[in-house]
Design a protein around this ligand. Sequence first.
Ligand code: DC
Length: 220
Amino acid sequence: MNIAIDGPAGAGKSTIAKKAAGELGFIYVDTGAMYRAVAVYLTESDISASDEDLVEKSIADISVEIKYEDGAQQVYLNGENVTGKLRTEAAGNMASKASALPCVREKLLSLQRDLAASNDVVMDGRDIGTNILPSAELKVYLTASSAVRAKRRYDELVAKGAENIDIEKIEQDIIQRDKQDMEREIAPLCQAEDAILVDSSDMSIPQVIDTIISEFKKIK
Ligand code: DC
């Protein structure tokens, strides 16, 4: 069984997908983390995402692997666990740029499909329902307004003790990332025709999870 959850940055996909996977006893697969691992590799190797030829040559021999430790996804880049380096704004922005390149998408495609072929998964990303798992039993397009997504990010940063945060700048970055992910030529972010739309702007996390679980029960 495969559940695909796609949507823009900051819509809460990973929180929701992780909890839904836990409730159903499925594996949670965070595909954004795979793109972030490639982004970390490019940044550490001082390679720009705009130099497509160099990116293609340099990533040909790198290895990106996924392992599960205590139920949590760990990403290994060339044998090193890089999970702790992935969730920065810089890695996210670089991942968004690099993921527009066909060679980067090609590199990660079979890793994603193989995980879904051999496990029950809840997989989140941008093109899971449209491209990676077109036959997923359930597809969800999870979104929220850019203002709500910015406010959630702002609250997260405040909770971590950050100061002087500019919420308008956060919203501008979100809008920019949406544009990059939706307007790229290859596998752009869009709602699959057979995906259910969940706008979480005015919903709590339990409400979103209940919606997904009850949709899943309908098709099971
Ligand atoms: O979900 P995230 O913020 O971790 O993803 C980081 C970037 O990776 C995102 O801006 C676009 C890219 N990505 C993608 O192109 N396709 C996916 N399935 C997942 C992520």
